[in-house]
Design a binder for this molecule. Structure first.
Ligand code: NAP
Length: 247
């Protein structure tokens, strides 16, 4: 075993689901590298919270929409410096609107950050993990990538694409003992869903058999399991964490 630090890299680890994932993986014993783009103070809070509990974490400003910056980050901070054991592709945005009126820019930005960004991280991580002959990659997709959703054509296309990317990467990387899975959250209480009108939330609740929105910790638990030795024989899967909304 190398004596390099065992790192779990969580994109968008400064708020919401990413924050819960970062805190859980730190509690699981990984040094957590988390990325953010716009709110350094939130990222610093997560690092401080992990450190207070005796864990190790660092935050990096790194735009998931910037492929050159992602490649440079791996060269400067990861390659030869740490053992990258886990990658969680979590950073994501919405730019909702009905398809007929959707601006091309809103389509392009969502695909760039939510899908192309994941590809860029996966590509770089697979080179490092391939050499190590081990690794866990977990992509945070969405229930709407499985079901579709009016007003979210760009987001659903990106999230459905991420499922295809997960399965292809799982097949390509299995020979090197790297597993690649997706977690598909249903409706989880975060800043992203706090933006939804109350009527939309009520309509959602009516479709959730467990009759409640999920919590970020529900997703973190699924990620923790997929990153653990217990999940070593699971690859290419989409684990729905959605209160039964999609079966
Ligand atoms: P959130 O509360 O809006 O947090 C988004 C996180 O991503 C923040 O840490 C943000 O950093 C970061 N981020 C955004 N754009 C970025 C970029 N270009 N580069 C790097 N980091 C960026 O979102 P969330 O609800 O936790 O969602 C997390 C993931 O779960 C997303 O992929 C989302 O699509 C997926 N998901 C969420 C739900 C849900 O119900 N909430 C359901 C299904 C799937 P800053 O603070 O610096 O902006």
């Amino acid at each position: 075993m190398s004596d390099l630090s065992r790192v779990a890299l969580v994109t968008g680890g400064s708020r919401g689901i990413g924050r819960a994932v970062a805190e859980q993986l730190a509690a699981d014993g990984f040094e957590v590298y988390l990325t953010y783009v716009s709110r350094p103070e939130e990222a610093d809070k997560v690092v401080a919270s992990i450190q207070e509990k005796g864990g190790r974490a660092r935050a990096f400003k790194l735009d998931s929409g910037d492929r050159d910056a992602i490649a440079a980050f791996f060269k400067d901070e990861i390659k030869g410096k740490v053992a990258l054991e886990v990658l969680v592709n979590n950073a994501g945005i919405t730019r909702d609107g009905l398809m007929m009126r959707m601006k091309d820019e809103d389509w392009d930005t969502v695909i760039q950050i939510n899908l192309t960004g994941c590809f860029a991280f996966l590509k770089e991580a697979s080179k490092i993990m391939g050499k190590q002959r081990s690794g866990r990659i977990i992509n945070i997709t969405s229930i709407v990538g499985q079901m579709g959703n009016a007003g979210q054509a760009n987001y659903c296309a990106a999230k459905a694409g991420l499922i295809g990317l997960t399965k292809s990467a799982a097949r390509e990387l299995a020979g090197r003992s790297i597993t690649v899975n997706a977690v598909a959250p249903g409706f989880i209480k975060t800043d992203m869903t706090d933006e939804l009108p109350e009527k939309v939330v009520e309509a959602m609740l009516a479709q959730i058999p467990l009759n409640t929105l999920g919590q970020s910790e529900d997703i973190a638990a699924a990620v923790s399991f997929l990153a653990s030795p217990m999940a070593g024989y699971i690859t290419g899967q989409v684990l729905g964490v959605n209160g039964g909304m999609y079966m």
